[in-house]
Design a protein around this ligand. Structure first.
Ligand code: HBI
Ligand code: FE
Length: 283
């Protein structure tokens, strides 16, 4: 594969290179997730799917998708061969460009894949980029990443991305106090974790606090054992913009990480008690 096609690692999407099998894989994954998500995912995600017309069959054509996304929030999706270096990734986000892997998993890899493919990147990440507060949060993260590099704190900041953008939960007023919904792309694009994150009695679900999350490591090879719950996308954006990360990194530098499964005295713990969701609601 031609890896570094240009300095920013972008390559043409060349939509025509996707095969009939590729499009069938997209359609299969899309149908499976959109049947499962209503009642489980944040309503802003479903609104994004609709606003961006992602229900059309086949791998989305970025030229068309970008016209709509640009008009809504000024974001663009750019194609990359796979994982790109941290600094390149942050620079794209800081300029409101989301890098999406320009390939799709094989039919025998529907449930698990190590590198982010176009299904994870576009189905998982792009719908919320149509939401103004979340769109601004992603850009703020990119800018923060560029600054974190100067503090040697990329690994710490990456935990914020992991526990929000990839595996975040959000309070769901529609389901009453204590009701939760998923929004993280790693959950939303995974059939198994969509159920696990809300239904399993095994993981902790803890109220999101920025400093708490920066002290919590994560595993990339299993369903999460800790999820963090935001109140709203506005709240996530506000706290992130108001925080001066430099002093925070300095304060945390000498401290040991928390065990992933820790529950601290100050944690707000959400219990499974009053989760209601209608997984069979029509999309
Ligand atoms: N590259 N294509 C791609 N997608 C990612 O999600 C990604 C990446 N490079 C680095 C990265 N993520 C993360 O490790 C950063 O958040 C630190
Ligand atoms: Fe991702």
């Amino acid at each position: 594969m031609h890896r570094q096609a240009s300095l920013d690692w972008t390559i043409p999407q060349d939509w025509a290179h996707f095969t009939a099998t590729d499009h069938r894989v997209w359609d299969h994954l899309f149908d499976r997730q959109t049947r499962l998500l209503p009642g489980r995912v944040a309503p802003e995600f479903l609104a994004g799917l609709r606003l961006l017309d992602l229900g059309r069959p086949g791998v989305p054509d970025f030229a068309r998708l970008n016209d709509q996304l640009m008009a809504l929030t000024g974001w663009q999706v750019v194609a990359v061969p796979g994982l790109v270096p941290d600094a390149v990734f942050f620079d794209h986000l800081a300029h409101r460009r989301f890098p999406a892997g320009n390939f799709i998993r094989r039919p025998d890899q529907l449930d698990y894949l190590q590198e982010p493919d176009v299904f994870h990147d576009v189905f998982g990440h792009v719908p919320l980029l149509a939401h103004p507060a979340f769109a601004d949060y992603m850009q703020a993260y990119g800018r923060g990443g560029l600054r974190a590099a100067d503090h040697g704190a990329i690994d710490r900041l990456a935990r914020l991305y992991w526990y929000t953008v990839e595996f975040g939960l959000i309070r769901s007023p529609a389901k009453g106090d204590g009701g939760l919904a998923i929004y993280g792309a790693g959950i939303v694009s995974s059939h198994g974790e969509t159920r696990f994150a809300l239904d399993s009695s095994s993981p902790n679900r803890i109220g999101w606090q920025l400093q708490r999350v920066l002290q919590t490591p994560y595993r990339i090879d299993a369903y999460q054992q800790a999820y963090f719950v935001i109140d709203s996308f506005d709240d996530l954006l506000r706290v992130t913009l108001e925080t001066d990360f430099g002093p925070l990194y300095q304060r945390l530098a000498g401290r040991a990480d928390l065990p992933i499964t820790a529950i601290l005295p100050d944690d707000r713990v959400f219990t499974r008690g009053d989760q209601h969701h209608g997984g069979l609601l029509p999309a």
